[in-house]
Design a protein around this ligand. Structure first.
Ligand SMILES: [Fe+2]
Length: 392
């Protein structure tokens, strides 16, 4: 028997519901904010979605600055540039609206304004000493769960590698989850961000750091996402499916915030850092291959995942039920248009050894993984994920 040992800090207040974004001015004022720095990507401005945030601020007489330079897989300089602009503009509150990239940049800007220095100084764990400016996250994907985590991930342009800032001051003060904001998300983004959320939940569930509270979040997330992702992909206007996905993503974020993620995330890191593959897409393609490798590390828990996802059948042994998760994930990926192999992402197989070396440097997810991978094994899992190398 194992006795759980954990500590949980989940300071982020949640506001969930259709139209919840209308409450933003009240939230800003409640946090003592009087001038808001809004961090978004240019696509959100083009789609007119940013007005969902700026209109209520305007109506409430709250001045704001929109920083719309965020790119996918953001670099550290985006945070530094944003912090400079926010300081110049006298902002005292930061809003991150969008996917993980916008939220991560917003989280970093909030701590840079109070801690000083450069974004690069805070890569790693526990380097941030002071609380940041009040920060409010408004996800428009379902998604990264970044609205409830203490991490902000960046590309270090100097080294072309991916790295995270991790620390309690990065926890958002408030997350506003409005399913109506996710309706216009195109099917492909719905799919990749949705499988990312599923990856959080599965990896947290089988993590060596898992405990009953994280399991509770993870299991509910797995159920919500596996049921609703195909529905949201098939019809983006299905508001109930969108709401269930946003809830699933939130719960996946809560699970990972306390139990961590695993080898899928570690192996996805170099795909982002070396080739600019979006985080969700990299995770989605790798997920079934890594689960196949991981099965023997915790068959009992993978069997539970099979049951929740509806793949386990009567009379199956634990091992058989666990193995059915792999096929289930391949068919879910195929339903929502995720590429079957890394060949389709134009990743050169010659880079596998370098990718594997980098993946093993992503220490926390590797340590959380239910099976302890060697370099050769990571290479083999990457090879399996290339059809051109005779994988799967
Ligand atoms: Fe992720």
């Amino acid at each position: 028997m194992s006795i759980p040992s954990f500590s949980i800090i989940q300071p982020t207040a949640l506001r969930f519901g259709v139209g919840a974004v209308q409450g933003l001015p009240e939230v800003v004022r409640g946090l003592g904010g009087s001038k808001v720095f809004v961090v978004v990507d240019p696509g959100l401005v083009k789609a007119g979605l940013v007005e969902q945030v700026t209109a209520p601020l305007k109506a409430a007489g709250l001045p704001f600055i929109v920083y719309d330079q965020v790119t996918p897989e953001p670099g550290l300089t985006l945070a530094d540039k944003g912090a400079k602009l926010a300081k110049k503009g006298g902002a005292d509150c930061v809003v991150g609206m969008g996917g993980g990239s916008a939220m991560d940049v917003a989280k970093a800007i909030s701590i840079l304004l109070t801690n000083g220095g450069k974004a690069e100084d805070y890569l790693g764990l526990g380097k941030i000493k002071k609380p940041g400016l009040p920060k409010i996250m408004i996800p428009t994907t379902a998604g990264t769960g970044a609205e409830v985590t203490f991490t902000a991930v960046f590309i270090n342009e100097k080294t072309n590698s991916k790295g995270g800032m991790n620390g309690d001051p990065l926890y958002p003060d408030v997350a506003i989850l409005d399913p109506a904001l996710t309706v216009s998300m195109p099917p492909q983004i719905t799919a990749t961000t949705g499988i990312d959320a599923l990856t959080h939940a599965i990896e947290a569930f089988v993590s060596t750091q898992a405990h009953p509270l994280s399991d509770m979040y993870a299991l509910q997330a797995i159920e919500l996402i596996s049921e609703n992702l195909p529905l949201a992909y098939a019809n983006g206007n299905n508001l109930e499916a969108r709401a269930n996905m946003l809830m699933g993503s939130l719960l996946g974020g809560k699970a990972l915030a306390t139990a961590g993620v695993g080898l899928v995330h570690a192996m996805a890191y170099p795909l982002g850092g070396m080739f600019g593959i979006p985080h969700g897409l990299a995770n989605a393609v790798l997920l079934p291959y890594v689960v196949e490798y991981n099965l023997i590390g915790n068959p009992a828990k993978y069997a539970v995942v099979a049951e929740i996802m509806g793949h386990a059948e009567d009379g199956m042994s634990t091992r058989e039920a666990a193995a059915s998760v792999v096929d289930g994930l391949f068919s879910l990926n195929s339903d929502v248009g995720i590429p079957f192999s890394l060949d389709e992402l134009d990743i050169p197989p010659a880079k596998i050894p370098e990718m594997a070396r980098i993946a093993l440097t992503v220490t926390r997810p590797v340590e959380n993984n239910p099976r302890k991978p060697t370099l050769d094994e990571v290479i083999e899992v990457y090879e399996n994920a290339f059809q051109s190398l005779g994988g799967e």
